[in-house]
Each structure stands twice: as C-alpha cells, then as structure tokens.
Design a protein around this ligand. Structure first.
Ligand SMILES: Nc1ncnc2c1ncn2[C@@H]1O[C@H](COP(=O)(O)OP(=O)(O)OP(=O)(O)O)[C@@H](O)[C@H]1O
Length: 607
C-alpha cells in the first residue's frame, strides 16, 4: 500500500459495517410481513425487523370497523417507551433496542394479498407470477384505492408503487375483476376506456404496460394498450379501434394528441393515474396534462371558468398520483384535482389536508414538505431512498472521472451499473473510454430512436452491457432488479434528482451502492445532499481494487446513521440528537464482503 494511503488511516469497507443493524434501521418502515419477504430476497443475513423491535403486527380486522377512522388519525406510529443502549459483544459494537415501539399496524400488516380485497382470479395470477406478500405501500394503498379514494401514493423507490395502483384497477377493470352480484363476470361489456395511466417517459410507460400484461396473461394482454411517443401513432390508433382496450398507458404528449384527434374517448374513464406526478407537473408537459385532466373522466363539458380554473375540474374519475418524491407542488395539485385526496405512505394514510407547508404532520409523514426555505431538506426527499442503500463520494479530476468509474466498478465487483451524466453529448465519450478499456458499456438517451433505446435497455437487462451510461431519462421509474451500482459521473441538480437516480439500485430490499464521482470544488454540494437527504455520504477512494474510506469519514458516517436511527426511534421533537465527530480515532478495518466486522481498538473511541 502506498505510503500516502497507509498514513491516512483507512477503513476498508465491505458489505457490512459493524453497525449493520443501523444501516438497516429504516427497515422499520416495513411491516413484519414485508420484512419477512425482503429477508427472503437478501437471505444471507438477518435484517432488523419490526418483530425485533416488538412492533404490534397482528392483522386485527375486527378491531377496525372503518378504514376512514384510521385515515383520520394522522400519526400512526406511537413511541411509548424507547430505550436505546449501545452494547458490546465479541468486539462488535451494536445497538440493542430494549423496549418497545407500538405501531398501529392494522392497515399495514397484511400477510397476503387475500386480506387486501383482491378478487380471486387476480390472486391466482399474482401467485403464478410470484407475488406472494404485499409490500408496505401496497398494503396501505390497495384497500384505500379499492374504497375509491383519490390519493397521492408516496414511498421510496423500488418499493412496489406500480402494483399498489395496478391491482386496485385490475380488481375493477378487465377480465380479472370481481364478478358482479349475479355471478356474471362483466368483462367485455364495456367498450370505453376505463383507466388512463400517464407516465413521463416511453420506457416507464412500456414498463407499466409489461407489468399489466404479466398479470393479464397472453390471452388478455390486448386489454391494455400503450400510447407512448416515438412509436407509430396510426398503429396505436388502429389498435384502439380494433381491441377497444379498457386500459391505456402512455406519455402525456401522445395521449393528448390522440385524444385531440377524437380517437381516444376518455370521458367515461374511472381511473386516472399520474405516475411520477412531480415530473408530470413540469413545464414540458403542461399543455398535454391540461388536456388530459380536462377530459379524462369528465362526462359533461367542464366548466373551465370555475373559480379554480380549468385544471380544477372535479371529475367523476378516481385520481391517483404516484411518486417517491412529493414536493408541495404535488400536494397543491392533488388538492385541486381530487376529491378529498389522501396521502398514502408505507405506514400511514392521512388526509392531504393535514399536510401543510409549514411543518411536520407525522413521524413518517412529509416532514420535509416545504415550499420556500432552501435550507430545509428537499421536499419529500428523505423518505424516498431505499433504506439499505450505501452512499459514497469520490474526489477526482475531471479527466480521470471515467477511469475512477472503472476502478469503482472493479472494487465493488458490480455486475450491472448505471452511470448518470448531465449532457447526452458526453455519453458517447464515456462509453468509448470504457469500451477501450474492455468494459462493456452502452449509452442511453432521448436522442436515440425508440428501437435503439429499447435494444440498449434489453442488452443491459440481460447482462450483455455492464455499464449503462445515461442521463436523466433513466433516472425515473426504470426497474432493473440486477442493478447493483449507481454512479453519478456528474452531480445531480438537487436531492430529488439524486434520490431518483440512486433509486435505480437497491430495488425492493436488494443491496445497492451509489457513488458520486466529483471534483474537489463540488464536494460542498455532496455535503449539502447528505444533509438534505439525511443519509451518510462518506468520501472514499479506490486503491488496490478496494473501496477505502478515511477514518474520520467513517466515524462521521456511523454517527449520521446513529442520528437517523435515534430520530426514527424517538420523535424528532422529543430528542435533540447531537452529532459528534470523533477525532483521533485509531484505524478501523472492516473486511470487504465479510459478515462480521472488527472494530479495532475500540478503547480509543470516545463516546
Ligand atoms: N409484492 C411484491 N412482491 C414481489 N415483487 C414485487 C412486489 N411488488 C412489486 N414488486 C417488484 O418490485 C419491483 C419494483 O417495483 P416498482 O417499479 O413498482 O417500484 P416503485 O416504487 O414504483 O419504484 P420507482 O419509485 O423507482 O418507480 C418491480 O420489479 C416489481 O415487479
């Protein structure tokens, strides 16, 4: 090891920090059942579970007569007596939670989809496709949506928000829905569009279509029609005419276009889903969204001169808005477009009216929703990151960024990597450099045609391409389960963009790492992101094929995690956590990939 490195007291970081349990603290957001499910996915170690925290988790249907009752009680998590103590055993420092968090988990402890009111045919399909246990957000959203509430669904990336709205729709629309009281399945009787799902990109739109098709099966897959831009429009119109699909999924521009041409009749539509709603609110989509909101589910001609303007039409449809990040603009829009909409999160369902711009509404609620103060955490960003993700940054010179990326991929032995850059013209260069060094890479951006985009994506998904170099196009919604590393070759513009990029890895409880490669003058931006997101982002280096962290950074990172842990255990109003940055701590060595880590010379740690 070079002298410069050895004198800097480095920490070798592996898959498990000594505070492994701390790194998973936010799994508290999961119900016991989904934790059980998640632990099946990463079964190589035991995660911190609600059971270990002694959460109450029986499914007590009888005790709850009406969902609305629950919905009105805003904070659903109650901290009664919490004691955290640091214990030492076998040289490992660990945190033991001795007593006792109470959670009103009736809505969020479903052991199976059966308990959520899904019809039998759909249950069969779910089972066939391997969906056995609902995730937390699904357990909260499905009963809420089945009761026809308008809703904003917010939970972290990769937590299964698509099925959270797709299942209630398929419970009421198409061939898998509940039979009518006289025993007849009414499928096929209606000829109108019953559900419109809008997504901001073609890739995401097509991914949603595939999720529908997977459950509908080959014989009924024509029940859903994709209307995404870049594809042949007249073919889409013909398919609409011929198949009369009850469900359409598309991008705003194409849906608005076909609707304006009179070939898409959505006035009788019952569901309007706006996926990645905060993105759909952007200026680019304004006109198309205006048309969609004005027409979908509005049987009578809308009064566009009403006091709230044309977009405030109270339609007959159920409006469902979805994103991992919910800034206040979304809350405002949802209040204006929906009938008493609810905010559905993994552990809470509350009226949107209880969400204000000025302050916290609940422990898990949108405490970070703020419309003005730039120093406040970015709206909704905190709850948007998968809890098991690890974040690092690495300082290098501009001309060495791609080489650092390559070393990072080797050091972490990453199999499937998404690297983000801000400008599409730089992507080709990065790909060229990687390929020249023998690393299989490909670029993905909006300037490629539809075919080029889908071919590249397919190659990435099936492992032919190891590094996908892309821009913001791929930051939202893209679901590649195998992606184990996200790299920011350029800094994201803010914490919301960071959260969506980061969320391409660590999907559904899997392991994932995010590394931001930046230049020295950009480090303050990373520090700011760390503060806004409430996650530790320590500096790292890549030496001798290993990811190394300077000791001071490691200590800070451990304490950011401890702070997050305490803040989650105890209401942040009740405890004022003071972060201590250690000084003079002797080196800590943790073997990469080992399950148990050694915290050497603990005596020198002053706590
Ligand atoms: N209950 C479940 N059991 C097993 N797999 C599931 C379940 N729910 C969802 N999944 C899978 O988890 C993956 C992530 O789901 P999805 O894309 O809906 O996440 P998301 O929350 O919408 O993420 P993002 O915010 O990034 O769009 C998908 O591959 C989906 O098929």
């Amino acid at each position: 090891m070079p002298a410069s490195v050895s004198t800097r007291l480095l920490l070798l970081v592996g898959d498990s920090l000594p505070f492994y349990r701390l790194s998973h603290v936010s799994r508290m957001a999961c119900s016991r059942n989904s934790v059980r499910f998640l632990s099946r996915i990463s079964s190589d170690r035991e995660p911190l579970s609600l059971a270990s925290l002694r959460f109450k988790s029986e499914f007590e249907t009888a005790k709850k007569s009406r969902i609305d009752k629950v919905e009105k009680q805003s904070p659903t998590v109650e901290v009664t007596k919490s004691k955290v103590k640091v214990v030492r055993s076998k040289g490992i420092k660990a945190v033991e939670v001795s007593k006792s968090l109470e959670i009103d988990s009736t809505l969020f402890a479903a052991k199976s989809f059966t308990e959520l009111g899904i019809p039998p045919l759909l249950l069969e399909r779910l089972e066939r496709e391997g969906f056995m246990v609902p995730t937390d957000v699904q357990a909260a959203a499905i009963p809420t949506l089945l009761k026809n509430h308008d809703a904003v669904i917010q939970s972290y990336t990769g937590s299964g928000k698509t099925l959270a709205y797709l299942l209630p729709i398929l419970s009421k629309v198409g061939p898998l829905k509940n039979k009518s009281p006289n025993g007849e399945n009414e499928s096929g009787k209606r000829t109108e569009i019953e559900a419109v799902i809008v997504a901001p990109s073609r890739e995401l739109g097509m991914q949603i279509v595939r999720e529908f098709e997977r459950l509908l099966g080959p014989s009924d897959k024509k029940m859903v029609q994709q209307l995404v831009g870049g594809a042949n429009r007249s073919r889409q119109e013909e398919a609409l005419k011929k198949n009369k699909p009850p469900i359409v999924v598309g991008t705003p521009g194409r849906i608005a276009e076909i609707s304006a041409s009179g070939k898409l009749h959505t006035h009788g539509c019952r569901f309007l889903v706006l996926d990645e709603i905060d993105e759909l609110l952007s200026f680019n989509f304004r006109e198309s969204m205006h048309r969609i909101l004005e027409h979908v589910g509005n049987k009578s001609v809308a009064d566009s001169r009403g006091p709230k303007g044309p977009l405030a039409i109270q339609a007959d449809r159920q409006t469902i808005m979805v994103s991992a990040t919910v800034p206040f603009s979304v809350i405002r829009a949802a209040k204006s477009w929906g009938h008493d909409p609810l905010l559905v999160q993994a552990r809470s369902v509350m009226p949107l009216d209880s969400v204000t711009a000025s302050g916290p509404v609940s422990l898990s609620g949108p405490t970070s929703i703020s419309s003005s103060n730039p120093n406040m955490p970015a709206p909704g960003a905190k709850q948007s990151l998968p809890p098991a993700l690890k974040h690092y940054y690495c300082v290098t010179k501009l001309q060495h960024k791609v080489d650092t990326l390559r070393r990072c991929v080797h050091a972490l032995d990453a199999k499937s990597v998404i690297a983000f850059m801000n400008h599409s013209r730089q992507l080709k260069d990065a790909v060229f450099k990687l390929e020249a060094r023998g690393m299989k890479a490909a670029e993905l951006h909006g300037d490629l045609g539809k075919l080029g985009r889908s071919t590249t994506l397919k190659k990435f998904k099936n492992g032919e391409v190891r590094v996908l170099v892309t821009n913001e196009l791929s930051a939202r919604g893209l679901d590649v389960a195998e992606c184990d590393l996200v790299i920011n070759l350029d800094l994201p513009t803010d914490s919301i963009h960071y959260a969506h990029r980061a969320g391409r890895t660590g999907r559904l409880g899997r392991k994932g790492t995010v590394v931001t490669i930046c230049e020295e003058p950009e480090v303050f931006v990373v520090k700011k992101l760390q503060k806004q997101l409430g996650v530790p982002i320590p500096a790292c280096e890549f030496t001798e094929g290993k990811l190394l962290i300077p000791t001071s950074e490691a200590s800070e990172s451990v304490f950011v995690q401890l702070g997050t842990f305490l803040a989650m255990l105890l209401d942040d109003q009740a405890i004022l956590y003071k972060r201590r940055v250690f000084s003079g701590v002797r080196p800590i060595h943790i073997k990469h990939g080992s399950d148990t880590a050694k915290l050497e010379d603990r005596k020198s740690c002053k706590s």
